[in-house]
Write a new protein. Structure first.
Length: 225
């Protein structure tokens, strides 16, 4: 029933045009400066951490996206990454499927951790394609944006590393008073094709992110505000 409702929502959204962006015309979006301090302690974030799959109408900002992507794979004080990687290989790549984020056009973006910027790969709202690839899990349709984590190899260390990254995203989302969850059941080939990965790369995790529904009074899904 849940999947049927999700697919009905997809149909209601209608066909949204999406076009690939040629390499020479790839738009680069410099992300806002990362904030290294907040009013939420690490202990408080750990205590409040939870999986959230329904989202409210409160906007997700470009500043929010900046913090989340930095938490996932940004540069740390040491010059390495915010998440540990065996032998410092860093096989993971981060993508953002953006639907409704303030000051950021809908589309598919790749995160460049070295420059802390986004590189646009496709234009248009891809959430209806993503929810189908995620086998009808509505969180990926309702969320303003989803973080997609991919790997360049299938060694066990990559699967260990993605857990570190996901926890970073969870804690950062909690500190920002946002909700997220890990979507681990999906059609890997469909998402790989959606992103445009080659045979040497594959998708491991999808993490939709959005505001918590109780913050705006709606119950998630169809917000009336």
């Amino acid at each position: 029933m849940k999947k049927l409702i999700t697919l009905m929502l997809v149909l209601l959204m209608g066909n949204i045009a999406c076009a690939e962006v040629t390499e020479e015309k790839q738009e680069k979006v410099i992300l806002p400066q990362v904030q290294y301090k907040s009013e939420v302690s690490l202990e408080k974030a750990l205590y409040n951490r939870e999986s959230v799959r329904n989202y409210g109408c409160k906007a997700v900002t470009l500043e929010n996206i900046s913090q989340l992507l930095w938490a996932a794979q940004g540069t740390s004080k040491s010059g390495k990454r915010t998440a540990p990687s065996a032998y410092a290989k860093y096989p993971l790549n981060i993508y953002a499927v953006v639907g409704k984020v303030d000051d950021l056009a809908a589309g598919l973006y790749r995160y460049d951790p070295k420059e802390h910027q986004l590189v646009k790969l496709k234009e248009g709202d891809l959430r209806k394609d993503l929810v189908i690839a995620c086998q009808g899990q509505g969180a990926t349709l309702l969320a303003p944006a989803s973080i997609v984590i991919t790997s360049s190899h299938k060694e066990n260390t990559a699967y260990l590393e993605v857990g570190h990254v996901a926890q970073n995203v969870y804690l950062q989302a909690t500190a920002l008073d946002l909700g997220t969850a890990v979507v681990a059941v999906f059609n890997e080939q469909a998402i790989d094709e959606l992103i445009g990965l080659d045979e040497n790369n594959h998708t491991i995790y999808v993490m939709p992110v959005g505001s918590k529904p109780q913050k705006c009074g709606c119950k998630g899904g169809a917000c009336k505000k």
